[in-house]
Design a protein around this ligand. Structure first.
Ligand code: ATP
Length: 266
């Protein structure tokens, strides 16, 4: 999952420059970055650093990328986990994994712990009676309540479904900042396409603005995919430069892939 090639506890080399569009979100996260970089400034004023931030919104919109960029901008260690990894058949296994994850993060602080698909452990406790899941969630709450003020650890959770989450998780001191990360508008799509074609040789027939206009509803991940597919198609045709035909084929291919997976959305 770490597409920057880093290991989980590495320091990602990703910065806000790698995240296109999402300007308001980056602005909001600037404050968090300042918290991590200058904790004394806030401690002196008696201000508490946020423990948890929740990114919610459709898949492929850059939630993981943003979390890595926060780590990159603050030179923090980055720990990636997916909520589904914690939910096991045997009661207690998930809770133990949570403890181990937080222990590692404390050793390498400042740390960002990113928990993707947090709904897998954080869904409302009365919706089902899965003891293993509830114990895992309880352990996560215990860890977040017990943060030491001298150590900066910020937990960033991501979900496609905010409405599924247990209220206890959203309380002050836990995931109390909620940030919606949505699909990009035309300007943001143009920016994302620019980031993902930066190191690719493009023919003058390729007008990024035009491609952005005809990819309404596409996520950042899908746009990244189009840029990559276009490059692969050009290589397959023995070209030395990527032209608009390659992009059109790539768009068709990505749409065809979507139709296979979700026949109803297009
Ligand atoms: P999921 O909910 O499926 O986990 P996500 O929201 O975490 O998805 P990411 O994993 O961050 O999405 O995005 C996948 C890839 O799409 C990124 O690694 C990046 O290549 C590209 N991408 C998505 N959004 C952006 C963006 N705003 N700027 C640049 N690249 C982006």
């Amino acid at each position: 999952k770490n597409d920057d090639g880093s290991k989980d506890n590495n320091k990602p080399k990703i910065s806000f420059n790698d995240v296109a569009g999402l300007d308001e979100i980056k602005e909001e996260l600037q404050e968090v970055i300042d918290f991590i970089n200058n904790p004394e400034k806030y401690n002196k004023m008696g201000a508490k650093i946020p423990n948890g931030i929740l990114f919610y919104g459709p898949p492929g919109t850059g939630k993981t990328l943003l979390a890595k960029a926060v780590a990159g901008e603050t030179n923090s260690s980055f720990f990636y986990a997916s909520g589904s990894e914690f939910v096991e058949k045997y009661v207690g296994v998930g809770a133990k994994r949570i403890r181990t994850l937080f222990e590692k993060a404390k050793k390498e602080a400042p740390s960002i712990i990113f928990i993707d698909e947090i709904d897998a452990i954080g869904s409302k406790r009365n919706l089902d009676s899965n003891n293993e899941k509830d114990q895992t969630l309880n352990q996560l709450l215990i860890e977040m309540d017990g943060f030491n003020k001298n150590q900066t650890i910020i937990v960033i959770g991501a979900t496609n479904r905010l409405d599924l989450l247990d209220e206890a998780l959203l309380r002050p001191g836990r995931f109390d900042r909620h940030i919606y990360v949505g699909n990009p508008n035309v300007r943001a799509r143009e920016e994302i396409l620019k980031v993902h074609t930066k190191n690719k040789p493009l023919d003058s027939s390729v007008k990024i603005k035009e491609i952005a206009k005809k990819t309404h509803g596409f996520s950042g991940a899908q746009l990244a995919n189009i840029a990559n597919e276009a490059a692969i198609i050009a290589v397959r045709k023995n070209k030395t430069i990527i032209d608009i035909e390659d992009f059109n084929s790539a768009i068709e291919r990505v749409i065809a892939g979507l139709e296979l997976k979700h026949p109803s959305i297009l």
